[in-house]
Design a protein around this ligand. Sequence first.
Ligand code: SME
Length: 151
Amino acid sequence: MNVDYPTLAAVIGSLAEGETDEVALMATVACEVHHSDDRFDWTGFYRVSGPSMLKIGPYQGGHGCLAIPFDKGVCGAAARTGTIQIVADVEAFPGHIACSSTTRSEIVLPVFGKGGRLIGVFDIDSDQPDAFSSADGRGLEAILRSVFGAL
Ligand code: SME
């Protein structure tokens, strides 16, 4: 069954209340989002670690590659453009980085802190083709804004 985003947002908001540590918040969001929907096979963060470089952060699922430059992959595209990337077929995305051979579709959102500071990206992989919609983008974006927007 697909996730109910308002309910998920309320659960995460309650768990995150009063917390300002970025890694603790990322770990909580990755865990709760991952277990909220069977479509989600890999769920996690890549953090901005330097000019045009992302490094892996808290995640759930199999091994994720450790470093992604802004000019590579779906994560790099989200970081570079500051826009949500919804990929219906990862094999059709030029430069897709396959951390798992079973991934068929993906959504990646930029994560912004206070003043629009790019903190990193939030990545969800699915073994189902065309698993993500704009409703997922809206629901996840609202959660990320609520948790990280004031950091
Ligand atoms: N698929 C991502 C790389 C991260 S792994 O999926 C966890 C990309 O193309 O940027």
